[in-house]
Design a protein. Structure first.
Length: 179
C-alpha cells in the first residue's frame, strides 16, 4: 500500500481539520496516511518512508506560517521528486475577482521563492471564520473583513467545500503509484 504524509501547519485549528478530512479521503482511496503537525515534528523528521505528500498551510496576513516555510525548505528536493501537492487554506479562496486570484498567486509564488519548492499542483481551499477564538482586536478586524465580503460576522463559520476537498483527495490519490 502506498504511504502518504499530510504535513500541515495551523493557527486556529482549521487546517488541522482539513488535514484530517484529507486523511480520511485518501485512506478511502487506498493509501496509508500519516498526518504530521510540522510544529511538533522532530527536527530529524524524514519523508523518505513515504511515496507521496500533501503540504497544507493557511494564509495569515498574506503569508504561510514560518514553521511550514521551514518544513517545505528542508524537504523541497524530496517534494519536487515525488507526487506532492500544496493545499493553501484562506478566505481569498472564496473570491472570484482578479484581486483575490492574483493575491493568492502572489502568496504561493512568495512561498515557492522562500522554500525552493515550486508545487506542481496547488489546491486553494476556503478556510473558516472562528471569531470565538480570536483575541479582541483580531475579532474586530475579522468581523469587518467578513462584512466587507458578505460573510457571516456574528457566528463562527466553516467555509470549506468538503465535497470538493474529497474530490481533490481522490484526484491526488490517482496520481500516486501503488508501492
Ligand atoms: C489574523 C488573520 C489574518 C488572516 N489573513 C488572511 C489573508 O491575508 N488572506 C486570506 O485569504 N485569509 C486570511 N485569513 C483567513 C485564514 O486563512 C482562515 O481563517 C483559515 O481558516 C485559518 O486557518 P487555521 O485555522 O488553520 O489557522 C486570516 C485569518 C486571520 C485570523
Amino acid at each position: 500500500m502506498a504511504r502518504c504524509a499530510i504535513a500541515y501547519a495551523t493557527k486556529e485549528g482549521h487546517t488541522a481539520k482539513i488535514a484530517a478530512r484529507l486523511s480520511l479521503a485518501l485512506r478511502a482511496a487506498g493509501l496509508e496516511v500519516d498526518p504530521i503537525d510540522v510544529s511538533a515534528a522532530p527536527a530529524d523528521f524524514s519523508l523518505e518512508p513515504y511515496d507521496a505528500a500533501l503540504v497544507c498551510a493557511p494564509i495569515h496576513i498574506e503569508e504561510y506560517p514560518p514553521h511550514m516555510i521551514g518544513f517545505a525548505r528542508r524537504h523541497a528536493e524530496w517534494l519536487a521528486a515525488h507526487p506532492s501537492a500544496f493545499v493553501s487554506v484562506s478566505l481569498a479562496a472564496l473570491g472570484t475577482d482578479e484581486e483575490d486570484i492574483e493575491g493568492l498567486a502572489h502568496c504561493v509564488s512568495e512561498f515557492a521563492i522562500a522554500t525552493g519548492w515550486q508545487p506542481a499542483r496547488v489546491e486553494h481551499v476556503a478556510g473558516a471564520l472562528v471569531f470565538s477564538q480570536y483575541p479582541f482586536f483580531v475579532r474586530q478586524v475579522m468581523k469587518a473583513v467578513a462584512r466587507q465580503h458578505n460573510l457571516p460576522a456574528n457566528a463562527d463559520t466553516d467555509l470549506t467545500d468538503y465535497a470538493r476537498l474529497e474530490e481533490f483527495a481522490r484526484e491526488f490519490a490517482a496520481t500516486v503509484p501503488a508501492s
